[in-house]
Design a protein around this ligand. Structure first.
Ligand code: DP6
Length: 388
């Protein structure tokens, strides 16, 4: 019997992947760029066990068994990993042995966050450790076939998923742009509005967008290529001003494409829009960009903010969005936030104050590293060896 346990991170897109040019291979219509979040706050954790005595492949997600059907994305990932194992000559585990796979998220699925990206990245990474296959660009093409955005979760820091041009998808790979220590003070506040995000929302929403939206064509041809170049430059030079503007504009355009889809896809809700207005008002008061929002296929806001500005931004959020739970220990999760000493509150006086309890809680996290293997007692392994 062989068993491995790994953790993999969530990533949040700064330039969104939206639309496929091949449904089964999951080939995107445009490049995308994301930031990987620290696994300390949010991660998927997967244990894969191979045994001669298992009769069939089985998988459990957050404790519930899920079907392992022929032709499913799960099955496709497994087949691809087997192909890579044979190609690399790995003989550690016989490919005929069946697998039991158990995966959990360390964050409530109710948070509606990108759990499929972390989940498939973790599955593929764990299989690669089981069969002794090195992390490579080719491995990202396997994760991509589980869920497009999952290919970006195989690396830490800032990651670009290249659309590629080949029909077989072999050049549609993820590559790291910069490691997590390149911009270590890049933090994130996730404002959890509700749990409305469903997995099918993105897959089906983007299919309809490609079929019906005229704006998506303009986005893919005229907008994204230039944004990719400019965002790469902003990341390379730690330019938060350019980073913030490109990120917010791209979130807005992605949701504009969703609304241009027929019938329209509406992912943001009233609270999401109030958060957008708040971020713009707040940045105006501060005289430059101190926060940048982005929204995926759901209403939850992800705010990028430099570490030194987190306490002030949080005081502003608490002023504008009062919450009965604000003093409780489940409201503010993740990294601790020092109390703001000099909140310069006069600057915030004229901000609109909204009705109480607009969102449920806040997760404070930061840029983080890619997947890693854990030892049997769940401690970290580096190159297969436990840390001293
Ligand atoms: C809005 O990767 O979940 O989060 O490839 O169909 O599984 P499938 O879709 P998925 O879509 C993610 C869309 C997004 C933007 C992004 O992460 O780039």
């Amino acid at each position: 019997m062989f068993s491995v346990t790994c953790v993999a991170p969530v990533n949040i897109a700064l330039i969104k992947y939206w639309g496929k040019r091949h449904e089964e291979l999951i080939l995107p219509v445009n490049d995308s760029i994301s930031m990987t979040l620290s696994t300390d706050e949010l991660c998927a954790k997967t244990t894969v066990t191979a045994s001669e005595s298992f009769e069939r492949n089985r998988m459990w997600l957050n404790g519930e068994e899920v079907p392992f059907e022929e032709g499913s994305r799960l099955q496709r990932c497994l087949k691809e990993v087997h192909r890579l194992a044979v190609a690399s000559g790995s003989q550690k585990v016989p490919p005929t042995w069946k697998l039991h796979i158990a995966s959990v998220n360390n964050f409530p699925t109710a948070a509606g966050l990108a759990s499929s990206a972390a989940g498939y990245a973790c599955l593929v990474y764990s299989l690669s450790r089981l069969y002794d296959i090195p992390l490579s660009e080719e491995l990202t093409t396997v994760a991509r076939q589980g869920s497009g955005s999952a290919c970006r979760s195989l690396y830490g820091g800032f990651v670009q998923w290249h659309r590629g041009a080949l029909d077989d998808g072999s050049d549609s790979v993820a590559r790291q742009i910069a490691a997590s220590d390149h911009w270590p003070n890049m933090h994130v506040l996730i404002l959890v509005v509700n749990d409305a995000r469903k997995k099918t929302a993105s897959t089906r929403g983007m299919q309809q967008a490609v079929k019906t939206s005229q704006l998506i064509k303009h986005r893919v041809d005229q907008v994204v290529p230039d944004r990719i170049t400019r965002l790469r430059e902003a990341i390379a030079s730690h330019d938060f001003q350019a980073f913030a503007e490109i990120t917010m504009k791209d979130s807005n355009q992605f949701h504009a494409v969703a609304l241009d889809t027929y019938p329209p896809c509406v992912y943001m809700n009233d609270v999401s829009h109030r958060i957008v207005s708040f971020v713009h008002d707040y940045n105006d008061r501060m005289g430059s960009y101190h926060a940048a929002y982005t929204f995926d296929a759901g209403p939850n806001a992800c705010l990028y903010v430099l570490a030194e500005h987190v306490p002030h931004l949080l005081s502003a959020i608490q002023k504008v969005f009062p919450n009965d739970l604000a003093d409780g220990d489940t409201y503010l999760r993740g990294l601790p936030i020092p109390k703001e000493q000099d909140a310069e509150c006069s600057k915030l006086d004229s901000l609109d104050v909204h009705a109480k309890n607009a969102f449920r809680y806040i997760i404070h996290t930061k840029v983080g590293e890619g997947p890693r293997e854990l030892s049997a007692d769940n401690s970290l392994l580096i190159n297969g060896l436990p840390l001293e």
